[in-house]
Design a protein around this ligand. Structure first.
Ligand SMILES: NC(=O)c1ccc[n+]([C@@H]2O[C@H](COP(=O)([O-])OP(=O)(O)OC[C@H]3O[C@@H](n4cnc5c(N)ncnc54)[C@H](OP(=O)(O)O)[C@@H]3O)[C@@H](O)[C@H]2O)c1
Length: 166
């Protein structure tokens, strides 16, 4: 199972200004890439704060939302709330025949996967923005070695960097 971390940052490495900040600043080229890579994977894993900023399950993909509180949350056909560990979620997806999954944030959930060595690729869009303050890709220290796969432009102002996790 390949886990691809798919994230956008500002030039100063921020993924959002605060936990409830919607990701509406990355531009249309990033959105297009996000749809392409997540639809190809067919399944996305995210934290509950990220889900709340989106506000609805995204169509054409399974939306797995990690939360510690299942009470009051209703699963639907393409929306699953879970309090299982990253390993358990990935095992379950493997038994369903999945080969690839997009991990789409935020900082807390990215850290859970990084801590367990469960991120295999990173696709990072760098949007032409500067926030000065805000959340980083991870909310705790981590130390991953990366190998550059490719660097491309998404439109005139945005970069897409792809890395393998060594
Ligand atoms: N730029 C980008 O590409 C991008 C992408 C995604 C998100 N973001 C930004 O990231 C921010 C949100 O990130 P965040 O770090 O605050 O939150 P997050 O990682 O999206 O979600 C955190 C939530 O995940 C649940 N959780 C945490 N640890 C868990 C565990 N061990 N087991 C089960 N559930 C667990 C908890 O939900 P409960 O409270 O329900 O228990 C926790 O509140 C927003 O600003 C958003 O816009 C940016």
């Amino acid at each position: 199972m390949k886990v691809i971390l798919v994230m956008a940052t500002t030039l100063d490495g921020k993924i959002g200004r605060h936990a409830a900040d919607p990701v509406d600043w990355t531009g249309s080229a990033d959105k297009k890439y996000f749809v392409q890579v997540t639809r190809r994977a067919g399944v996305m894993i995210m934290g509950n704060n990220t889900f709340n900023t989106i506000g609805r399950p995204l169509p054409g993909r399974k939306n797995i939302v990690m939360t510690r509180t299942l009470e009051g949350k209703k699963n639907k056909e393409n929306l699953i709330f879970t309090n299982c560990s990253p390993e358990k979620i990935l095992q379950e997806l493997e038994t369903q025949g999945r080969r690839e999954v997009a991990l789409i944030g935020g900082a807390q959930i990215n850290s859970l996967f990084a801590r367990q060595g469960l991120i295999h690729e990173v696709h990072l869009t760098i949007a032409p923005r500067l926030f000065g303050q805000g959340l980083s890709l991870f909310n705790e220290s981590c130390d991953l070695n990366l190998k550059l796969i490719s660097m491309d432009s998404l439109g005139r102002h945005t970069l897409l960097l792809k890395y393998d996790v060594a």
